[in-house]
Each structure stands twice: as C-alpha cells, then as structure tokens.
Design a protein around this ligand. Structure first.
Ligand code: TYD
Ligand code: MG
Length: 457
C-alpha cells in the first residue's frame, strides 16, 4: 500500500531528435521543429540516494580574474599523433570526449586500437560486442599493451564502480546508446537514459580526473537520441567520417573546450587497423604520369590543415538534348555558376556538352579556393590538353571572371612548396605576399583569361 520509500515515478515527453523535454505530448517539437518525435519516457529524477557519487559542495566566492593563477593543462600524449592533434595537443585529464559517426565507420576500431597500443592502464568497456569478438579484433590490430582491461557491461553504475576501483589512465565506453541507469525505466538509447548515463560518467571523469571517451552512433534520420543531446554536456565532440567505399577516414573536431575546432586527423582503414596519414596528399592524388587531360590539383584547407586535392573533369558531347551536369564532392550549383562564367567571359561553348566533375578520393570540398582548379580541369578535358602536374591552384573565381583572393594563403603556399609543386596560381589581390621568400613560383593573376593563357599557352 505504501510506496513512499520508493522513488517517485515521473514521466515526461522527450523529443528523440533534439532532446527537448515537455510535460505533455506535442505533435511538433517546439525546439527543433520536427514532427512526431515526442516519446514518453519514465524517469526518476534526482534521487540523491541512488547516485553513486554525492557531490561535495564547496562554497565559491567571487575572485578577481587577474588573480587567478594560470596552471598548464595536464595532457597525456597519445601514441596516435592524429588523435593528439584533434584533441588540441593531447588528452586533458578528466575530460569527457564524445566520438560520433555512422555505424561501421570505424569508431570501435579507432579506440580499441588506441587502448591496445598505448603503454598505460586502459579500461575498454563494451556493451556492443562480446569479449571473443573484441579479442579477435584486438589480435587483428596487434596487441602491445599488457595493461589493457576489457569489461563487457551496460549498467553505468557497474561501469563506474569498476572504473573507480581500477582507476585507469583512460576509460573508453562503447557505446553510450547501450548504457542504462537502473533507476530510470526507459530503454537504453532513449534521451533520458543517454543523458543521465552521460551525466554520471561526466561526474566520474571530473572527480577522478580520468579522461573518458564515449562512442555515440548517429543515424541518418537522427532519430536515435544521442549525440545531439550530449554535445552540450561533454568537453569535446569528435566526428569520425568518411565514405565507406573509400579507405580513408577523417576525424574532425566539432567542439573542444581545450583546443581549436579546426583540427583534422586523417587515417587510412587497412586490414590491420587504422593507419595515421601524415601526408594526406599521398592518398588524395592519383598516380598519373601527367599525360592525362581533365585533372588538376587544388590547394585547399580542411579546417586549418592544408590538403592537396585532385579535381577531375570530363567534358563530352551531350548524348541527349539537354546537357548533363553532375558533380561529386563539389557543389553542383557552384559548378553551374562557374561554367556560366567560363561561357560568358572566355567564350567557351559548353552549352552542348555534358560536364562531369569529381573530387578524387571521395572527399567533399566546400572551400571556394578550388574554383580555379575546377575550371582548369574542365578546360583541360574540353581541349584534351593535360595540365602540368607540377602546377597547383588556390583561388576563388568571381562572376565576372576575376580571380579572387582567399584566406590563409601563406599556409597553402608553404604546403604546396613542401610537396614539391613548382607553380602555384593565386590571385593578384592576395595582399602582403613576398614572392622572393618562396622557392615555389607564385603566379598571381587578375582575370581568368590570364590563367588560361599561362596554363594552356
Ligand atoms: P567498427 O570499428 O566496428 O565500426 P563502428 O564501431 O564505427 O561501427 O568497424 C569498422 C569497419 O572496418 C568494419 O566494417 C570492418 C573494418 N575493419 C577493417 O577494414 N580493418 C580492420 O583492421 C578492422 C578492425 C576493421
Ligand atoms: Mg562499434
């Protein structure tokens, strides 16, 4: 009859897409405006006795900003230098990092590889795979860490219990969607479970100073509650992405309280795990002897990291009345616009031609600095004249055919020079450059016609 000793059962409606909470059901989520995403979840909120760690309240008083002593953030340097870079120079003690990405992209592989290659006490918790499966994968990757512990568990309280006994240098949890907090009745993966479990792990990380990696899945529809809700709670959000048909993977920083969000890590998925790619151009540029037309190199930036990408174009006589325009990895609207510029300013008749564009390696670029390379690839294919492989391009093209300046030109030039290009085509309007300080030749142009003349003679 009396259930007073039990925690009060309460329920609320949560948007499964953005995590918005509402006391009643709504057809449309007022926060993210998506329809039919509110689902009722039972929850027990703030039952202090149930919490494993009771927070020690300390009295804080206002202090002067100038009086705060700056202490260097203690960081753990990982063997994985790409991961170090993406985290802003190493792993910060007590930080909680969320790694998101599509299923099968390699999140588990990335973190398991880290766990078994480091020479320190690591606890890898999996709620997704059995110990046998993980052992098999670890053997494939080559175990070198004698101090790597594995725990198959989904109850977050158990995970925290074990972690606080073991006190590893790094805790990895795969994945947040499989975790559950027994005090809450809703299913693992629901907004309230994901949020509560993360809050507990967050508290563990802050109190024990153990950095925690959390893996989170993202579905195409974004229907599973998870990363979106979590992004606000964690210290860093990394996105692991790539084309499943291609072997390289990009690790991007989406949020980082301890570093810049412009960092990018690049890996190649091999039979024996993920290989760090220090020179990305090696995989993004195909090996040709320079006799093929329709391809040229652009110097772009992904975040702060310079990348040489190969732009490939195929121009052929239209088989049907309306010419086809299609592009892979480059905005089709921008391609149409650039083709119109070419037609109007340079008098090239492309209206009766099919134009196909591809960024090699399957990556997507939205850096305006590839414009010039796109046009050169199109012209090269159209005229069937190869572009010199020692040339690289870094400029935006305006509607009147003017060659426009781009940002961080110095970074791009330095990279192109390092990789052995002899000429880099840039805008005349990129100010403050000192050509004599560069071994690479800077070809500064004002108009598209000038570039055409210099490239094709
Ligand atoms: P996985 O890491 O399980 O992806 P996620 O955790 O993001 O769902 O698996 C990634 C894919 O990589 C899987 O299809 C198999 C493949 N793979 C390799 O190509 N080489 C390897 O060494 C490993 C371990 C996996
Ligand atoms: Mg996995």
């Amino acid at each position: 009859m009396y259930f007073c000793s039990m925690a009060k059962v309460k329920s609320a409606f949560f948007c499964q897409s953005c995590g918005h909470e509402s006391p009643k059901w709504l057809g449309q989520c007022p926060s993210c405006k998506s329809w039919n995403t509110m689902v009722e979840e039972t929850l027990v909120r703030s039952n202090p006795k149930a919490l494993i760690f009771s927070r020690q309240r300390t009295e804080n008083t206002p202090i002067l900003l100038t009086e705060i002593q700056k202490t260097a953030t203690a960081r753990i340097q990982l063997k994985d230098t790409e991961l170090n870079r993406v985290l802003g120079g190493g792993l910060v003690l007590g930080e909680i990092i969320l790694i998101g990405g599509d299923p099968g992209i390699g999140k588990s592989t990335l973190l398991l590889q880290m766990a078994i290659k480091e020479q320190m006490n690591v606890l890898y918790v999996s709620g997704e795979e059995s110990d046998q499966q993980i052992k098999m994968r670890a053997e494939r990757l080559g175990i070198t860490n004698p101090d790597c512990h594995l725990l198959i568990e989904t109850d977050v309280t158990q995970i925290i219990n074990h972690a606080s006994k073991l006190l590893p240098k790094v805790l990895i949890v795969d994945s947040v969607q499989t975790l559950f907090y027994p005090e809450i009745e809703s299913a693992p993966g629901s907004v309230s479970q994901v949020r509560e479990c993360t809050a507990l792990l967050l508290r563990f990380a802050k109190e024990s100073n153990v950095p925690v990696f959390l893996i989170g899945h993202i579905t195409k529809e974004g229907s599973i509650a998870g990363p979106k809700v979590l992004e606000h709670m964690v210290d860093a959000v990394l996105q692991f992405e790539g084309d499943r048909n291609h072997f390289y993977r990009l690790l991007r920083t989406v949020k980082n309280r301890f570093g810049s969000t412009n960092e990018l890590g690049i890996y190649e998925m091999q039979g024996t795990g993920l290989r760090m790619v220090e020179n990305p151009s090696e995989i993004l540029i195909s090996n040709t002897d320079g006799t093929l037309s329709g391809s040229c190199i652009a110097t772009t930036l992904e975040g702060l990291r310079p990348l040489q990408v190969e732009v490939q174009a195929l121009v052929s006589t239209a088989a049907y009345g309306t010419p086809q325009r299609s592009s892979n990895g480059f905005d089709p609207k921008r391609l149409n616009m650039l083709l119109a510029v070419l037609e109007k300013r340079c008098g090239f008749r492309l209206a009766s031609k099919d134009v196909f564009l591809n960024i090699a390696g399957g990556i997507k670029v939205d850096d305006p600095a590839v414009d010039l390379a796109v046009l050169m690839a199109v012209l090269s294919s159209n005229a069937d004249i190869p572009v010199n492989r020692a040339f690289t391009f870094a400029a935006e093209v305006g509607l009147s055919g003017e060659i426009r300046p781009i940002n961080r030109i110095e970074t791009r030039i330095t990279e192109a020079q390092k990789l052995g290009y002899t000429h880099v085509f840039i805008s005349e309007y990129n100010k403050g450059l000192k050509p004599e300080t560069h071994a690479i030749k800077l070809v500064a142009c004002k108009k598209l016609e000038e570039v055409v003349k210099k490239v094709f003679g």
